[in-house]
Design a protein around this ligand. Structure first.
Ligand code: ADP
Ligand code: MG
Length: 253
């Protein structure tokens, strides 16, 4: 079995604040792992480390077997920069709560830009791949629209297309539906579900417990910078072992 992602003893401090205190888990190829837990428990920080938006973490993250941002040399671990870093980092796609689209670029340009800048694709190939991915998430007709003219659900689907077009090994979603109006949540969850069914490897931070129950292969409950409990959704939601998992679930239901 190929491990798409392996996280070993991940730690991260912001000054005196210990945010991640030794987080270890694997995600197999094609697996959907949902991460739940209270606000401030370190879920976003975990995803930011895996996307290498944070580089001062301790422990090891491997994507497709390759160490992220580090290299072992003569028994020592040294940082990696430049093309070698981008190669591994490029295997991770991330979708944010607030979409993070460039407002002054059309939807199409938003998806093309990383393809031309990071992957150095020529414009015609980038345009074709971008259109293919906009179509996949159902917003091909919005290719020429600017983000401020799109609904939140459409903007988030463009953001998903932008991440997918980079052909990542793992997709990360950080509360991708939390800033959407309620009537727009399902169009984005639907796209995420479709990706899961197609076999995309996904690490999904979510408050959508129904989504986690139906789509996740496994669920992690984070509390205070550690994994407090982990298991298949049927077990974690219906028969949680830990008192703090039960307390959390009773608050959100
Ligand atoms: P979650 O996503 O589970 O709500 P976060 O990972 O965003 O949690 O945050 C975990 C903790 O780290 C919180 O106490 C938060 O205030 C702190 N934190 C997050 N980002 C920073 C930062 N850039 N500087 C200092 N503290 C931060
Ligand atoms: Mg968060």
């Amino acid at each position: 079995m190929t491990l798409a992602l392996s996280v070993r003893d991940l730690t991260l401090d912001y000054g005196d604040l210990k945010v991640l205190k030794g987080v270890t888990f694997d995600v197999a190829a094609g697996e959907v792992l949902c991460v739940i837990g209270p606000s401030g428990s370190g879920k976003s920080t975990l995803l930011r480390c895996v996307a290498y938006l944070e580089d001062h973490f301790g422990g090891a993250i491997r994507v497709d077997g390759e160490l992220l941002g580090r290299r072992e040399r003569g028994g020592k671990v040294v940082p990696v920069r430049g093309a070698a870093l981008r190669k591994v980092q490029g295997k991770v796609g991330m979708v944010f709560q607030h979409f993070n689209l460039w407002p002054h670029m059309s939807a199409l340009r938003n998806v093309m830009e990383p393809l031309t800048v990071v992957k150095r694709m020529d414009r015609e190939a980038a345009r074709a791949l971008a259109m293919e991915n906009l179509a996949k998430v159902g917003v091909a007709d919005k290719a020429d629209a600017y983000p401020p003219r799109l609904s939140g659900g459409q903007q988030q689907r463009v953001a998903i297309a932008r991440a997918l077009a980079m052909q990542p090994r793992v997709m990360l979603f950080d509360e991708a539906t939390s800033s959407l109006d309620p009537e727009l949540v399902n169009e984005v969850l639907g796209v995420m579900r479709q990706l899961a069914e197609e076999g995309m490897t996904m690490l999904v931070v979510t408050h959508e417990m129904e989504f986690a129950k139906k789509v996740a292969d496994r669920v992690i409950f984070m509390d205070g910078g550690v994994i407090a409990e982990e298991g298949p959704p049927a077990q974690l939601f219906d028969h949680p072992r830990e008192a703090r998992t039960r307390a959390f679930l009773s608050l959100i239901d």
